[in-house]
Write a protein that binds this ligand. Structure first.
Ligand code: BV8
Ligand code: ZN
Length: 248
């Protein structure tokens, strides 16, 4: 891959910015072999739209179907490693005075890559809690034909993720909004910018004067509003950008 070109203005902005924030979506994990939400589902799940499975209504209607979908996604995560994009974001955190990483991803790959200051807005698929009393289950049996139950109240266990129609964790959302609003440089990486309220963070940053950087192989609704559109894969462009800014 020929070295991508980065404008002097972007390199300078990264050198001078004290407070930087980044929002990531499924695209940042695509080069690790994970499907994005826009990619057609495969096999058993092909006939289901993710939005239809990731909802309290779906869990109410058919808890076993939804439980198995998340069990399948956890299985698909086994052996999956962070890619260059995840590692470059972890390096940005080490090099910048204040860097906040806000993710919509539930795959846990940012932490696996060494990022510390990560806000998981939509939860984490590796964690499971009771759908009734909220007690977390560190480990659970996978009974053949039914959803595992809570040891405290007998309620069905569910993934610790935010489903469509459910509100986001207040602390993470408030910290994310504050990080966006106080940022001088805001990155939107590997996200189609459709799902709210995450998709509003870039606008919150821009309205407070932040410069916007978008990394995506495809334009999104946000693209006309950004200062720097880096068209390509985050697993290639982010490591190259870090090298270009902090070249030895
Ligand atoms: C809520 C966890 C209060 C579960 C997820 C206002 C207007 C309209 C609708 C709403 C609104 N406010 C609320 C809503 C409803 C809804 C919503 O936004 N609906 C959308 C569909 C319109 N929001 C909610 O329900 C939220 N809750 O608001 O509560 C409320 C409730 C009801 C009504 C009012 C208020 C909860 C949203 C969270 C849902 N949970 N995930 C799970 O994972 O199973 S969302 C899930 O989908 C992901 O977390 C992520 O957020 C989203 C997928 O988006 P992306 O990550 O961007 O991925 P996508 O596949 O779309 O795009 C990938 C991109 O990567 C593409 O652009 C592609 O080009 C790019 N790409 C590909 N390869 C690469 C790449 N980029 C870089 N490098 C590459 N290699
Ligand atoms: Zn319980």
């Amino acid at each position: 891959m020929i070295a991508p070109y980065f404008s002097e203005a972007l390199i300078q902005a990264l050198h001078e910015s004290k407070r930087v924030a980044a929002l990531t979506g499924a695209g940042v994990s695509q080069e690790s072999g994970l499907r994005t939400f826009r990619d057609p589902q495969t096999g058993l799940w092909a006939q289901h739209k993710p939005e239809d499975l990731a909802s309290p209504e779906a869990f109410c209607r058919d808890p076993k179907l939804v439980w198995d979908w998340y069990a399948w996604r956890r299985e698909a995560l086994k052996g999956v490693r962070p890619n260059g994009g995840h590692y470059a974001l972890a390096e940005l955190e080490r090099r910048l005075p204040a860097f906040t990483l806000i993710t919509q991803n539930v795959d846990g790959l940012h932490r696996m890559a060494g990022s510390q200051n990560v806000l998981e807005l939509h939860g984490n698929i590796q964690r499971v809690r009771c759908s009734i009393c909220g007690t977390f289950a560190e480990d659970w049996q996978e009974p053949e034909n039914e959803v595992p139950r809570c040891e405290v109240c007998g309620g069905f266990l569910r993934p610790h993720v935010v489903w469509f129609g459910e509100t986001l964790p207040r602390a993470e959302l408030e910290t994310a909004v504050e990080a966006a609003r106080s940022s001088e440089l805001f990155f939107s990486i590997g996200t189609s910018g459709i799902v709210q309220p995450a998709a509003s963070l870039a606008y919150a940053a821009r309205n407070r004067g932040a410069k916007l950087v978008e990394i995506n192989p495809e334009p999104t609704p946000l693209t006309p509003k950004v200062d720097f559109f880096l068209q390509g894969k985050s697993g290639e462009l982010l490591p190259a950008l870090v090298r270009a800014v902090w070249a030895a």
